[in-house]
Write a protein that binds this ligand. Structure first.
Ligand code: AMP
Ligand code: ZN
Length: 113
């Protein structure tokens, strides 16, 4: 399958890994939008959040929990951090393998752009 994140997970394309477990990996975003910008990626190829089914419920929770843990490890809990899932090109999704952005280390505004 011609999927960038599947290739990264399979170590066919290099990336800076910050976490790995049975169900997910986390890497540094190659084009960071904040001092901390990580991507939590399920090993299972789901195209987007809207591709997830009932059987993926545990996996979705896992991705968020790992994101929070990585943010906590980086001391971001007090100042806050942001998790983002872009779903579909219209929402800014450019890699069509589900991933959770974890951003921190600068102020964030609301509503997002
Ligand atoms: P999205 O636009 O929500 O689909 O997010 C895709 C993210 O993947 C963007 O923030 C990109 O900077 C990031 N990205 C693209 N290619 C790579 C790569 N080879 N290694 C790490 N991150 C990447
Ligand atoms: Zn994939």
């Amino acid at each position: 399958m011609d999927c960038l994140f599947c290739k990264i997970i399979d170590r066919k394309i290099p990336a800076q890994f910050v976490h790995e477990d049975e169900h997910a990996v986390a890497i540094q975003d190659i084009n960071p939008q904040a001092p901390v910008h990580l991507l939590v990626i399920p090993r299972k190829h789901l195209v987007a959040l809207s591709d997830a089914a009932a059987q993926d419920q545990m996996l979705l929770g896992h991705l968020l929990r790992i994101g929070a843990e990585l943010a906590r490890e980086r001391g971001l809990e007090a100042q806050g951090f942001r998790t983002v899932i872009n779903n579909g090109a219209g929402a800014g999704q450019t890699v069509f393998h589900l991933h959770v952005h974890v951003l921190g280390g600068r102020p964030f505004h609301w509503p997002p752009g």
